[in-house]
Design a protein around this ligand. Structure first.
Ligand code: ADP
Length: 158
């Protein structure tokens, strides 16, 4: 049976840390969906449409990766609809682990057949988050090496 996974996130913006998780995930699973979801706790810098375009361009070299967006549905419902048996998430540190564990337990309650798979972030990306990057950008700091080229270009245009 095909191993299909969904990597949900807000990706606002997509960072090299996210892209690394996507690249590694694409080697583990037969098909990987990157789901642009709305995080109700976070104010969004890019619109969903902009994020779909940016992520699509950044994963163009990965033939088994598909980008989708979802604004109203539960993650588990989207996974079921896509035929995905796995959720993919990244873990940077202990704080992430505790947060991710809560989400994993809730998703397990909602669908016991959906297995969450965690990939530990590479050391060089373990200190970066979309929020931190946005904060540094706001004050003119250089974060180019932490962003895929097309994402960096899109931000520069803003
Ligand atoms: P969310 O708002 O759902 O946490 P994010 O876009 O912030 O969405 O993150 C999506 C996933 O990517 C999460 O599992 C997060 O832990 C992971 N992630 C975020 N930054 C990195 C990074 N630098 N390296 C690896 N994984 C990361």
């Amino acid at each position: 049976m095909k191993k299909i996974a969904l990597f949900p996130g807000s990706f606002d913006p997509l960072t090299m840390g996210h892209l690394d998780t996507i690249e590694r995930g694409s080697k583990i699973f037969d098909e990987l969906y990157v789901g642009i979801f709305v995080n109700t706790n976070k104010h969004s810098f890019f619109s969903v449409e902009e994020k779909v375009k940016l992520v699509n361009d950044a994963v163009a070299h990965l033939p088994n990766v598909t980008v989708i967006s979802q604004e109203t549905e539960l993650t588990v419902t989207t996974a079921q609809r896509l035929g995905a048996s796995f959720l993919l998430r990244g873990v940077r540190n202990m704080k992430d682990y505790e947060y991710e564990r809560e989400i994993m337990e809730m998703n397990r309650h909602l669908d016991p057949n959906l297995e969450t798979v965690f990939l530990v972030a590479k050391t060089e990306y373990s200190h970066i988050s979309s929020s931190l990057i946005k904060e540094v950008l706001l004050f003119g700091g250089d974060v180019q090496k932490y962003l895929p080229k097309n994402v960096y270009e899109a931000i520069k245009k803003r």
